[in-house]
Design a protein around this ligand. Structure first.
Ligand SMILES: Nc1nc2c(c(=O)[nH]1)N[C@H]1C(S)=C(S)[C@@H](COP(=O)(O)OP(=O)(O)OC[C@H]3O[C@@H](n4cnc5c(=O)[nH]c(N)nc54)[C@H](O)[C@@H]3O)O[C@H]1N2
Ligand SMILES: Nc1nc2c(c(=O)[nH]1)N[C@H]1C(S)=C(S)[C@@H](COP(=O)(O)OP(=O)(O)OC[C@H]3O[C@@H](n4cnc5c(=O)[nH]c(N)nc54)[C@H](O)[C@@H]3O)O[C@H]1N2
Ligand code: SF4
Ligand SMILES: [Mo]
Length: 764
């Protein structure tokens, strides 16, 4: 697009870290200011960015479309006489206070649920102020996309290393053997692993003689550039991984090296995997025993190697076990916390694993309460997103009667979407913080729109904790926001005041100061007044001030004068492409926060759950199951209204292996009807229709449909997306199917029936 290298009076260039996916690329946005309204005239990768070095994907360009999208909400909506109508900010907040306060008084705090979604992880405004709303509300009914995604990994990491976000990531630039399960970074650009230009890095790995091996039911775009691909039956990674761990013990390949001193539980792991010899698991996973053995040998024999698993290994019935066994393999082969292996980033700000006493801690606690209807345990302060519908539907004390959604679209993103949609209609009151009137927010009584990403400053709160290289980058807002439009942190703070009964007219600045003083008091003790004074001297407020505090008290920070050359927000903001903090360094034992001060290789709950895996080892595979997929021009449920991404071929298609197609009577290009196998398929709204694409890349017995589609709901305002709405995969999926340890939804491997549409009528 724009290639002008220098600013002119009419054309200015601005840095902007892309908030659309976990790769967190540094972009350069060119703005034409010759007309009254500034216009985006170019977006490209920022070559000087210390982390991404100029890389970007097609979604980066789409920030322009997002900014300009006529359907993007710019004004609050309030439901009057059953219809959502434009309103002022004062009217919107007055309505919230009028409806929410009596509801809390009458039914208690648990009657109000909060649900927060994926974009919040990419927005400092939401990420830093949502916890303030949650604390002010004090409800047990907190839901997030984490239980549709990575909760198993967080739980396993929490048990092993002592903190929920101590997640090891592949040190790809030094790795010579990368074994990847259930991830497709060629489409997703990486996840729980902030890495840009995966393709280039994988190519470099192979050029230096390294090997990339992919385990996935589909020969994915990543498998296509790998040295080997092994097709696995969905949901069976636990068996495959246990078989590999078994091989390490069986063949005398266990070698934790430096970590031996810092690891407890190796013998318990040996016992736990005893029933899972490769020869015992091979049939169940569909991968030959000899392959499992040779993968284990290669992992043990390669000096710099790493096992990495992502959403395919989390969103299954044994998600926590699979996530745990991945790091068991890394530890037992000496690849955890070692260069070229699975390493721990050291984030400049907001990382709990750099706070408190190094090397020891309280570990994590789960199950402090349970969901009312299904008894699903609390994990990391949350209940599973998939129990939200039943908590709304089921009368009795503690029933959810009101809901505040923050950047989430669970009607499309969570299993059982149509049921949730009906449940939302039964709420007494609902507020959505969202930028669109979409499948979820159309149910709200009040919609509060967020800003365009170009109107917001940015620091990645979450992702430096998951980056393959340490860095600190901040970008200011590219364009000013319209006068009178609050930032989302201000909306969250006002909601916090409302639910606390402090009134809609609260002085936000005073409230922000008050909450900051509490944070600083906890953090700095006797030094608090000096710290507050230093923060005040910068003149910053809101998220920027919290960021400054976090950077300065972080591991690379200036410690408010104790490390004069350390980081402050001022220094980070002044650095043109951000600050490079170097390659990852070993962090064990300093990183550990377990009570033992050791890696807990055999968490008791994992050992206990292995009995469930053992019982499932000889289950017969269902005849046909469905898995998902991602496309580089899409992102979960919400970028289908952007012209540059929406153009091109139909993306919501059903991939079917030709042998399955022949057996099922399916024809390329013709629509197929999918429904869950068994009685679940009889429920209303469970059926979807999608066009068939024949694909030799699929494992026979597995069909593949992407999630996040189904934009044909009345009342949504997504004109472009509605032109090709696609089918909602999550309408099929069973909301009751969860990994019992983490509460994570099972999104992969659901048994389905597929028929040609033409013979569908009356066939069910
Ligand atoms: N079957 C199946 N289902 C899946 C998955 C799968 O692989 N298969 N993946 C799961 C995963 S990993 C995740 S993370 C979830 C994601 O599920 P959600 O967290 O619900 O995320 P999205 O579906 O992307 O919806 C994001 C919402 O945020 C809004 N939004 C975007 N930007 C902003 C903003 O700046 N401010 C505000 N207030 N709102 C904004 C969008 O309009 C949209 O409504 O989906 C899950 N669902
Ligand atoms: N373009 C794009 N990028 C995205 C997103 C997006 O929607 N679009 N979403 C973002 C989000 S929220 C997330 S969480 C990340 C996810 O990032 P990734 O984890 O890389 O996501 P996927 O591309 O869905 O890859 C998951 C793979 O798991 C495979 N799989 C399914 N079931 C199994 C199984 O049982 N075992 C094994 N071994 N594999 C299985 C699937 O076939 C698929 O190839 O992507 C992020 N980036
Ligand atoms: S890979 Fe694409 S969507 Fe992800 S951060 Fe980079 S430019 Fe944005
Ligand atoms: Mo996700």
């Amino acid at each position: 697009m724009d290639t002008a290298a220098h600013d002119t009076p009419h054309r200015t260039r601005h840095r902007r870290i892309c908030p659309l996916c976990e790769a967190c690329c540094g972009l350069e946005v060119a703005i034409d200011r010759s007309a009254a309204a500034p216009r985006v005239v170019g977006i490209r990768g920022h070559a000087e960015d210390v982390f991404s070095r100029g890389y970007l994907c097609p979604k980066g360009y789409a920030l322009k479309d997002l900014h300009e999208d006529p359907d993007r909400l710019r004004q609050p909506l309030v439901r009057r006489d059953g219809v959502l109508q434009p309103a002022t900010w004062d009217e919107a907040f007055a309505e919230i206070e009028r409806r929410l306060v009596p509801l809390i008084e009458q039914h208690g705090r648990d009657a109000v649920a909060l649900a927060i979604g994926n974009p919040a992880a990419h927005k400092m405004s939401l990420g830093l102020y949502f916890p303030r709303l949650a604390r002010a509300l004090g409800s047990r009914n907190i839901f997030s996309a984490s239980t549709l995604d990575q909760m198993p990994k967080q739980l396993a990491s929490g048990w092993m290393f002592g903190h929920w976000l101590s997640i090891a990531v592949p040190d790809i630039d030094r790795c010579d053997f990368l074994l990847m399960l259930g991830a497709n970074p060629m489409a997703s650009n990486g996840s729980l692993w902030t890495v840009t230009d995966f393709r280039g890095r994988a190519k470099a790995l192979r050029q230096r003689g390294g090997r990339l091996v992919v385990i996935d039911p589909r020969r994915t775009e990543t498998a296509a550039i790998a040295d080997a691909h092994h097709a696995i039956r969905p949901g069976t990674d636990v068996f495959l991984l246990a078989g590999m761990v078994h091989t390490l013990f069986d063949e005398g390949l266990v070698g934790p090296g430096r970590l031996a001193e810092w690891t407890v539980g190796i013998d318990a792991v040996r016992e736990a995997v005893a029933p899972f010899a490769p020869e015992a698991v091979a049939e169940r996973c569909g991968v030959p025993a000899a392959t499992l053995r040779s993968l284990a040998r290669e992992l043990a024999a390669t000096e710099r190697a790493c096992v990495y698993g992502r959403i395919g290994t989390c969103t299954q019935a044994f998600g926590t076990l699979a996530s745990w066994l991945i790091d068991v393999l890394n530890v037992l082969t000496g690849h955890l916390d070692a260069p070229g292996g699975a390493m721990f980033p050291k984030a400049a700000a907001f990382a709990a694993n750099t706070a408190g006493k190094p090397g020891i801690g309280r570990g994590i606690v789960t199950g402090r309460h349970a969901s009312r209807v299904s008894g699903a345990p609390e994990v990391f302060g949350e209940l599973p997103m998939t129990v939200l519908a039943e908590e709304i539907e089921t009368p009795g004390a503690g029933q959810v009667r009101a809901l505040i959604t923050v950047a989430t679209n669970p009607v499309l993103s969570a299993p059982g979407g149509p049921r949730l949609s009906r449940a939302l209609d039964g709420l007494d009151f609902m507020v959505s913080l969202d930028i669109y009137l979409n499948e979820t927010s159309r149910h709200a009584d009040v919609v509060l729109p967020g800003l365009s990403p170009l109107e917001e400053s940015h620091y990645d709160v979450a992702f430096p904790q998951l980056s393959h290289h340490n860095h600190a980058r901040y970008t200011p807002a590219v364009l000013p926001r319209d006068a009178g439009r609050p930032a989302e942190w201000e909306n969250l703070l006002r909601l916090a005041a409302i639910v606390q009964g402090r009134g809609v007219g609260v002085d936000l600045q005073a409230l922000d100061d008050e909450l900051l003083a509490q944070d600083v008091g906890r953090l700095a003790g006797a030094q608090a007044p000096a710290v507050l004074a230093a923060l005040a001297a910068t003149g910053r407020r809101g998220p920027e001030r919290l960021l400054d505090l976090a950077l300065r008290t972080g591991p690379w920070g200036d410690g408010f004068g104790r490390q004069p050359n350390g980081l402050t927000l001022e220094r980070v903001a002044a650095a043109e492409g951000g600050i490079d903090l170097g390659p990852l360094q070993p962090r064990i034992p300093e990183l550990l926060r377990t009570p033992s001060g050791r890696i807990e290789l055999a968490p008791p709950a994992c050992l206990a759950d292995m009995a469930r895996a053992r019982a499932a080892l000889h289950e017969r595979a269902p005849a046909l199951v469905v898995v998902g997929r991602r496309d580089v021009r899409s992102n979960n449920s919400w970028m289908h209204n952007l012209p540059t991404l929406a153009k091109g071929p139909e993306r919501c298609t059903l991939l079917v292996h030709p042998t399955d197609a022949a057996r099922l009577g399916l024809v390329a290009g013709a629509p197929a009807r999918l429904r869950p196998a068994g009685s679940l398929g009889d429920e209303p709204g469970r059926e979807v229709v999608a066009p068939v694409v024949l694909s030799e890349d699929m494992l026979p017995g597995v069909v593949c449909l992407p999630h996040g589609w189904g934009h044909d709901q009345p009342g949504a305002r997504l004109a472009l997306a509605a032109e090709r709405p696609g089918a909602n995969l999550n309408a099929l999926l069973d909301e009751a199917w969860r990994d019992p340890l983490s509460g994570n939804a099972v999104l992969s491997g659901m048994p389905v029936e597929v028929h040609p549409l033409s013979t569908a009528a009356g066939a069910g």
